[in-house]
Design a protein around this ligand. Structure first.
Ligand code: 4FV
Length: 236
């Protein structure tokens, strides 16, 4: 998979995407990630990327010219252009699985009040939000989504890491995990997990996943029963 990121703060991306699974995916060529400074597509001495909003109001707006030039030079018809914005679909594991199928993702990290509307109309294929709160820019949302998508790329997770039975993989939260010691400060590991009876263990885990989901995320059970697996719709 190829991922390009357009941001005013490329230095933000140094670190979180240079360790562990994402680093390995980049090293092995599973992921070709390039972070670009939007100012590289400006031609004036001040490398201007923003301007005051028509009609007045506080804040600044990202200009269309640098964004159009950048997207047209980095993208092609296979490219999915994604704008990070609080107005977008709420990102979810279902959307992560969707994006992991794409060849080329190009993230536009908003800043200030946002981007000129003509960018949304003419360039953007999808708008994603990581949650109903306002951040200083779209850099962190892009990193969150790149992390969640990269680990779903075939071969990204080693065999000791699995995307199989994890939260949201069956629309349920994960079952409890235990490791040695079997007793810690008087707290014992459930006997069934020490029994070696795999059918019993699977049954216990499935039950625990449902119980935990019912307690902590009953909305997921509604989705699961209503068959709507796509979490983009805000859960009531
Ligand atoms: C955001 C979010 C977010 C809004 C104004 C950047 C900021 C500035 N993006 N999920 N929540 N973006 O708060 O994706 O453009």
């Amino acid at each position: 998979m190829k991922i390009d990121v357009l941001t005013l703060f490329p230095e933000m991306f140094a670190g979180p995407l240079d360790v562990s699974i994402v680093q390995r995916a980049r090293k092995t060529g599973l992921l070709n990630l390039r972070v670009h400074n939007l100012r590289d597509w400006t031609h004036d001495r001040h490398k201007t990327v923003d301007d005051r909003p028509f009609g007045g109001s506080a804040g600044m707006v990202l200009k269309p010219e640098p964004l159009f030039a950048a997207v047209e030079s980095l993208g092609n018809e296979q490219t999915k252009v994604i704008l990070l914005t609080p107005a977008g679909r709420t990102f979810s594991q279902a959307i992560a699985r969707e994006l992991a199928m794409d060849e080329h993702l190009l993230f536009i990290c908003g800043s200030y009040e946002g981007v000129d509307e003509r960018v949304r109309e003419a360039l953007v294929d999808d708008e994603l939000s990581i949650g109903d709160y306002v951040l200083t820019n779209g850099g962190l949302p892009a990193m969150v989504i790149i992390d969640a998508v990269t680990r779903l790329l075939p071969g990204a997770l080693g065999d000791d890491e699995s995307a199989k039975d994890e939260s949201f993989s069956h629309g349920l939260l994960e079952y409890p995990h235990y490791t040695r010691p079997a007793e810690f400060r008087g707290m014992k590991v459930p006997d069934v997990l020490l029994s070696g009876h795999h059918a019993e263990i699977d049954k216990w885990r499935a039950e625990q996943a449902r119980l935990r989901t019912a307690q902590q995320r009953p909305d997921l059970l509604n989705d699961k029963n209503s068959g709507s697996r796509d979490k983009s719709a805000p859960h009531n």
